[in-house]
Design a binder for this molecule. Structure first.
Ligand SMILES: [Zn+2]
Ligand SMILES: [Zn+2]
Length: 237
């Protein structure tokens, strides 16, 4: 009964009007001035963060020549710095289950891709970075899947959840080196269905890139299973 859920949302909006994640002003989840104040980051190499403008035959954020031999990520697209209001938005989506934020994030990503004139290869597949089953049950949803679903509809790209699974829970590992992190993450993901990605381009999507190790490990295993290029996209990093 869809009208019931619409009524529920409207009733909840009356009882708890949305508040700006940046300044607390009521009326919307991100007000115009806090949206303007978000820090935008020009396209960077996934590994070394060198600025990578678009060049002929290569997209913006293409992994730089020096880093290509030790990364499975083909190009990285992530418009915002993970700070201030952006941090609050991500927390509100994940821990206060404010799903409206997934809609906002998909809009932000779509307009960033349009502004950067990024055209994903034909027949590319969007794959959200999976959560461990227990974690998803606990949270009630996978925020990356929510964003992927809306972005996929906007761009006309198929979203698949059956390809990549997370089979091992991971602990935060900020204090480790890149090599240690990657080693620790071995065995975290498994390929459940390799068929859809054979020779295809994959766009891995997550809410935030922190150390990049999770995305790198997911990209590595997807590539090993037969995917062509692995693009990584996050709202913030
Ligand atoms: Zn605000
Ligand atoms: Zn680099």
């Amino acid at each position: 009964m869809q009208w019931l859920s619409v009524l529920k949302v409207q009733a909840l909006d009356l009882l708890f009007p949305p508040q700006c994640c940046g300044c607390g002003k009521t009326g919307m989840i991100l007000c115009a001035s806090c949206a303007d104040a978000l820090m935008r980051i020009p396209p960077q190499c996934f590994v070394c963060h060198a600025w990578v403008p678009p060049v002929k035959d290569a997209p913006p954020g293409r992994t730089c020549p020096r880093c290509r031999s030790h990364s499975a990520v083909y190009a990285f697209l992530s418009p915002f710095a993970y700070q201030h209001a952006m941090r609050e938005l991500v927390h509100s989506l994940k821990y206060r289950r404010n799903r409206q934020i997934a809609v906002l994030f998909a809009d932000m990503l779509a307009s960033h891709l349009a502004a950067m004139q990024v055209v994903f290869p034909k027949d590319a597949i969007l794959i959200p970075v999976p959560l461990h089953k227990a974690r998803e049950r606990e949270r009630g949803f996978n925020q990356s899947f929510l964003i992927a679903k809306i972005l996929g509809e906007k761009l006309g790209i198929e979203v698949r959840r059956d390809v990549l699974k997370k089979i091992k829970k991971t602990a935060p590992q900020m204090e480790l080196t890149r090599e240690q992190r990657l080693k620790n993450l071995h065995g975290t993901f498994a390929i459940h269905n390799p068929l859809p990605i054979q020779g295809e381009n994959v766009i891995l999507i997550d809410d935030v890139k922190t150390t990049g190790a999770t995305l790198e490990e997911a990209a590595r295993i997807l590539k090993k299973a037969g995917a062509k290029h692995i693009w990584a996209t996050t709202v913030a990093h």
